[in-house]
Every structure is written in C-alpha cells, then in structure tokens.
Design a protein around this ligand. Structure first.
Ligand SMILES: Cc1cc2nc3c(=O)[nH]c(=O)nc-3n(C[C@H](O)[C@H](O)[C@H](O)COP(=O)(O)OP(=O)(O)OC[C@H]3O[C@@H](n4cnc5c(N)ncnc54)[C@H](O)[C@@H]3O)c2cc1C
Length: 386
C-alpha cells in the first residue's frame, strides 16, 4: 500500500492500514506532520514551532510503516506507479493525501499565510514582534474563497478569526493594543456563514470585543507591500497582511489524468475511491468533497476519510461485502480560539451549535493538541471517534 502525503489524512490512513496488517510506505516532502490547528499560536509565541510538529520518523517507527521523504512528481496510474524526485515506487493500492494548493491573487507574495508552508508561521511571528518593538502598526487579516469549490473556503475563515483575536489579545498583553489597527477583510458578503447562522451572528460581538474593523463583500483586486486593494480601487493600509487564500487543486493532481472537479480536487465516490479507478483512493483536502452546501475541508474529515478508505480496501481484500461512506460523518466541528477563551462550534444537517467557553475553551484546544500528538505517538490511548 502506498500513501502520498504525511498530513492528517496520510498519517491516519497509514496507521489504519498498519492496524489491518498491510505493508505500508508513506511519501512526504516534509519529514514531520504539521498540526495546523495549533499553529495559530506560533505568531503570538504561545507555542514553539517545534511543538506543532510530529516527526514522521517517530510515527513510522511506532506504527511500523516505511517512510520515504521525497517529492511526488507524477502519478502514473496506467502503470500503477508514482514518480518521486529520487525514485519510482510501484503500488497495489494508492492513497492520495497531498493536501491542496492556493488560489492566486495578484500580489500574493506581499502577504503571509498561516495555512501554507509551515515556516510562514515563524515569518508572521517575526514580523509581528518587529511591529510590537516599533510600538504601533496596522495589521490586516483576511481570507478568500474558490468559486469553483466552496468546500475549499469553508471553515478556513476560522484560522483567520483565531489569528485576529489572538493577536489582539497578544498586543493587549504587551500594553500596545491601543496603538494598533486590526482589520478583517473577505470578499464574500457573509464570511464565516458556513459555520452556521448562529456562529455567524456572534462574529460581530467578537469583532467589537477585540476591536477589529471588518471590510467585507468586496473582491480583492491585488495586494501591495503595504495595502489590500479592492475591486472598486478602495484600499486598506497594512504593515502586515495575513491572507488565507482559497484552496485550489494540488499541482500534481492537475497535471495528472485523474478525474477532478472544476477546482482541480480529485473526484471520489462516497467510499473515497477515485471515480473510474479500482485501486486509488483520495482523502483529505486533496479530494472533492460532496455534501451539504456548508461542507468543508477539515482535519477531522481528513481523518474520517482516511479510516473509511482503509476500511473499505480491507473489506474488499477480505472478500467482505460491507462498506463505509464518509458522507455519513460530514459535519463541522471546531474550537475557535481567541487566546483568552474560545467558542465551540458544530454544525450537522439538523443542528447548529455555538457554545462560548471563556478561558476554559482556550485550554480545551490546548488539551486537544496534546491529545492529538500523544495519541498519534501511542503514548496515550485513543478515544474512539477522535
Ligand atoms: C491554521 C489552520 C487551522 C486549522 N484548524 C482546524 C481545526 O481547528 N479543526 C479542523 O478540523 N481542521 C482545521 N484545519 C484544517 C486541517 O488542518 C486540514 O483540513 C488538514 O490539515 C488536511 O489534512 P491533509 O492530510 O489532507 O493535508 P495536509 O495537512 O496539507 O497534508 C498534506 C501532506 O502532503 C505533503 N505533500 C504535499 N505535496 C507534496 C508533494 N508534491 N510530494 C510529497 N509530499 C507532498 C505535505 O508535506 C503534507 O505532509 C486548520 C487548517 C489550518 C491551516
């Protein structure tokens, strides 16, 4: 079994496939799993960059899969092989978990993202620190979408809000909050609405509490070194622009002949099997998620897809009829942290929930980070369904 990608989806599928007793090789161009949900604390120095990583070498030793740190260049499904930077690897079953690329906006290079390359979190930390030392500044944080695939925007607004509120709290702690302008921008009219009507309505309260000025509903024309320019040529000034771009299909997938949706995400069925392919599964952010209009790419969905696909392959190889569908498990869950508290948000077909958790919520998210890392490293038992 060959797994491409060492993020939430890839690692979980390798773990599950090993539990069923298969030989597994995992390819990743990074030698660590990056726990994105807790990376929001790197810019405000609440967590060390190293503590957001789990070494893949340790995971491969603990779970018994073979690790190949290399770049995936091409998927050659006609010949059941994948071409890497240094070698070519054959497979019987392939699990694609390469994550996604970003939608390009003019001047993107003048922005920083918490959802891109892990090291960007450190760049934001350094720039923020410089502004604190200067004693004043303008910070703009926003997110965009992908009109070709609404699931690629989704709750990615969440990290933007988390960063805004965490940075506000951080600046307050440094005694300079009053010297900073914090601005939020997004092209959609109702950013954050995917989390549900209730959480969306509460956002205004958060903006007021953390003194954030919103600029929403205008398309972004371009970024400059010190501004965000909108379609009507109005702009906001910024010394530090953090922008979470909409997700786009992965380059390797776009260059392959695998079936994709208009945004370049791999088309799969409810078993996570790639359309028209017998032995290829696509899981996590790389896959086109089908579901309700609010469905979103999320870490826990990536894990659900990993476990569903591993189960389905095992059932097939064991000649058993039962299969699992990821559709049944589609829901949104997130703990939106603000540095001094958090809000628990969940959305299913039947229910929307938002529970404000002052102080406790922040520690809940920290506890989740601890649980995620330690349970993956087999240092503590896993809680079923988590
Ligand atoms: C800041 C932030 C906060 C978030 N908070 C939450 C949250 O609170 N709750 C939640 O559920 N979700 C959250 N998410 C979403 C969640 O992190 C993602 O949905 C999840 O990481 C997707 O996992 P993945 O394995 O599909 O992709 P990724 O985690 O992106 O992993 C992709 C893997 O593929 C590797 N790779 C990519 N290209 C190549 C290549 N060419 N060759 C070799 N390897 C390659 C990468 O190195 C990486 O190992 C958050 C995301 C961000 C960015």
């Amino acid at each position: 079994m060959l797994v491409l990608g060492g993020g939430f989806a890839g690692v979980e599928s390798a773990i599950q496939l090993r539990k069923y007793g298969y030989n597994v090789s995992l390819v990743s161009n990074r030698d660590f799993l990056f726990v994105y949900p807790i990376s929001i604390w790197v810019p405000t120095q609440k967590i060390k960059f190293e503590d957001v990583q789990i070494p893949l070498k340790t995971l491969s030793r603990k779970h018994g899969f073979t690790l190949i740190v290399d770049e995936v260049k091409q998927i050659d499904q006609q010949n059941n092989r994948v071409i890497l930077g240094r070698e070519t690897v054959d497979y019987d079953f392939l699990f694609i978990a390469l994550g996604m690329d970003k939608v390009y906006t003019k001047g993107l290079e003048f922005t920083h993202s918490i959802c891109g390359k892990p090291a960007e979190a450190l760049v934001i930390q350094e720039k923020l620190q410089k502004l604190v030392e200067k004693g004043h500044g303008k910070i703009a944080i926003g997110f965009g979408g992908n009109p070709n695939d609404p699931t690629a925007t989704g709750v990615r607004g969440g990290p933007a809000f988390e960063l805004l509120f965490n940075i506000s709290h951080f600046l307050k702690g440094k005694g300079v909050r009053q010297n900073f302008e914090l601005k939020f921008f997004a092209p959609m009219k109702e950013p954050g609405k995917k989390m549900g009507d209730k959480p969306y309505k509460k956002l205004d309260i958060f903006f007021k509490r953390y003194k954030v000025t919103p600029f929403v509903g205008k398309k972004i024309k371009e970024f400059t070194p010190n501004s965000v320019v909108f379609e009507d040529d109005s702009h906001i000034e910024s010394d530090l622009t953090i922008f979470i771009s909409g997700g786009d299909g992965h380059r390797v997938i776009k260059e392959s002949s695998l079936p994709v949706n208009p945004a370049g995400f791999v088309s799969i069925n409810e078993l996570c099997r790639v359309e028209g392919q017998k032995n290829i599964y696509a899981i996590g952010d790389v896959a086109a998620i089908e579901g309700p209009t609010w469905a979103s790419k999320q870490g826990h969905i990536a894990e659900v897809m990993a476990s569903v696909s591993a189960y389905n392959v095992h059932q097939e190889l064991s000649d058993k009829g039962k299969r699992k569908s990821y559709w049944e498990k589609l829901h949104i869950i997130c703990v939106m942290d603000s540095g001094d508290g958090a809000a628990f948000i969940s959305r299913t077909n039947h229910k929307e929930t938002i529970i404000p958790l002052p102080i406790l919520g922040h520690w809940l998210k920290k506890a989740w980070g601890f649980y995620y890392k330690q349970s993956k490293l087999k240092r503590i038992p896993r809680i079923p369904g988590m």
